[in-house]
Design a binder for this molecule. Structure first.
Ligand code: HEC
Ligand code: HEC
Length: 418
């Protein structure tokens, strides 16, 4: 009797200790994943689902699958270049998350095209105000595809005529061009010989190439990351799953990222981890590059900008261009705030590729030197080395690869493109 009583008592204490322990564990988890209402809102604003559907009223073909398929062919075609070797994919390589993996190509580091469609301004300095207009630059750039405008149109129509017609139809510009092709004018000097009206026809066809390329690239978007899953779990108070998505170091890094201490969120905010704006951060040697300031007159005078006759749906809202800030010292040496999604896949870093590793970028932020610039938006952070490490670990939770696309069965970040 005595014995059974004491056994019973022991069992009871054991059980209650267990319940208390489990309770403690729950509480510990809840505590670890505790965020204020304001912070939770911020986390949700960083979630990929906060990204609005990508649109471009200037490109009526952006959502067309046939345009995307045509664009894909153009993107991977080396035919579309002077040396017969340089496709867009030559620098924007699927295996490098659509970057070149080199510090610079020409003057600047090659950014990824994945997620580019989510941005109003293209290039590090934003000298193109749409994805379709951007695509026309490399074609005519002597250091890239090195074609003349006439050659680009000529090649595209020679090799991809059926695709072109499949997307844009037999437009008057096309009919006219095909007639001219027989008398061949695929050289630079012939541009001079063309009338204003004829140039407009060529420009129309050239712009169409850009629109197809944009339709393809708009389908290359980052996939949902561990960070996004974490936010979902925290919001539904599923702290056990939350722990599986981010480990304590990554979570600590996230806290620094959004806190005033780290201040990253000042510029790297929203679902792409970028405010899409231009800022001077005095990256080494940025003094050699005027950045945004020099790009503004270029985008204003561009014949393919938002206000251009080659943009579809004219008369639409071009406020971003019309009310563009054209002056100000803060624009000098300012560069676009890049997205941080999949940042682990796109080394080296910054507009001029000055850092090879993420740890160097973070060390740079910690010191925030002026590097000879009169103006920088950064202040030294004075974080401890272990905090920089946590920030870096957090950034790795943004790695997700490319979202599967219904158009050509992109597999999860495995770059099965062709
Ligand atoms: C020789 C290498 C090279 C080739 C070829 C090339 N690019 Fe790029 N691309 C770059 C570099 C470098 C930049 C950044 C230049 C800058 O900011 O001034 C860039 C920028 C871009 C951007 C802007 C992304 C952003 O975040 O701002 C897009 C989009 C893009 N390229 C698409 C294309 C397309 C489409 C083609 C083919 C028609 C192409 N590129 C051909 C090197 C290349
Ligand atoms: C004042 C705005 C601003 C703040 C604050 C800021 N960044 Fe940046 N970030 C930028 C700009 C602009 C660039 C590109 C600079 C360049 O290329 O010259 C950049 C580049 C980067 C890059 C390299 C991206 C690439 O593709 O090359 C990383 C990584 C990065 N930032 C992380 C952070 C982290 C982490 C923090 C917080 C410690 C932070 N940033 C704070 C504006 C900012």
């Amino acid at each position: 009797m005595n014995l059974s009583l004491s056994l019973c008592f022991k069992a009871f204490t054991f059980l209650s200790l267990c319940t208390i322990a489990i309770g403690c564990l729950d509480e510990e988890l809840a505590l670890r994943h505790q965020w204020s209402q304001a912070e939770l809102k911020q986390l949700q604003s960083l979630h990929l689902a906060s990204l609005p559907t990508v649109t471009d009223p200037g490109n009526a073909y952006l959502d067309s699958d046939t345009a995307a398929e045509f664009g894909r062919k153009l993107f991977f075609s080396p035919l579309l270049s002077q040396d017969g070797n340089t496709s867009c994919a030559h620098c924007h390589q699927p295996k490098h998350y659509f970057t070149s993996g080199k510090p610079v190509d020409g003057k600047r580091n090659t950014p990824t095209v994945v997620g580019a469609a989510a941005f109003s301004w293209q290039f590090w300095d934003g000298r193109a105000d749409s994805l379709w207009a951007q695509a026309l630059f490399p074609l005519e750039d002597p250091g890239e595809h090195a074609l003349t405008r006439l050659e680009a149109v000529d090649i595209a129509l020679n090799h991809f005529l059926a695709d072109f017609i499949g997307v844009f139809g037999e437009t008057p510009a096309l009919t006219w061009f095909l007639q001219q092709q027989t008398s061949s004018f695929s050289h630079n000097e012939n541009w001079e010989g063309l009338s204003e009206e004829q140039r407009a026809q060529v420009n129309q066809l050239f712009a169409s190439i850009g629109k197809a390329l944009a339709a393809y690239q708009a389908r290359l978007m980052p996939d949902v990351s561990r960070f996004d899953r974490y936010v979902e779990a925290v919001v539904r108070k599923d702290f056990e799953s939350a722990s599986q998505y981010l480990d304590p170091a990554e979570e600590a890094g996230l806290r620094i990222f959004i806190s005033e201490r780290g201040g990253c969120i000042r510029c790297h905010n929203g679902p792409m981890f970028s405010n899409g704006d231009f800022t001077a951060t005095a990256v080494p040697k940025s003094i050699e590059d005027e950045g945004r300031l020099a790009a503004i007159p270029q985008v204003i005078s561009s014949e393919f900008n938002c206000l251009s006759q080659y943009a579809d749906r004219q008369g639409r809202n071009c406020d971003e261009l019309t009310y563009l800030k054209t002056q100000g010292e803060e624009l000098r040496h300012a560069f676009k705030v890049p997205s941080l999604r999949n940042i682990t896949l796109t080394a080296p870093y910054m507009h001029n590729g000055s850092f090879t590793h993420l740890s160097e970028v973070l060390d740079y932020y910690n010191r925030s030197p002026r590097n000879g610039l009169g103006h920088t938006e950064l202040e030294p952070l004075y974080l401890f080395p272990f905090q920089l490490e946590q920030l870096e670990q957090f950034l790795s939770s943004l790695e997700s690869g490319i979202a599967p696309s219904s158009v050509w069965g992109l597999t999860h970040g495995k770059e099965k493109i062709e």
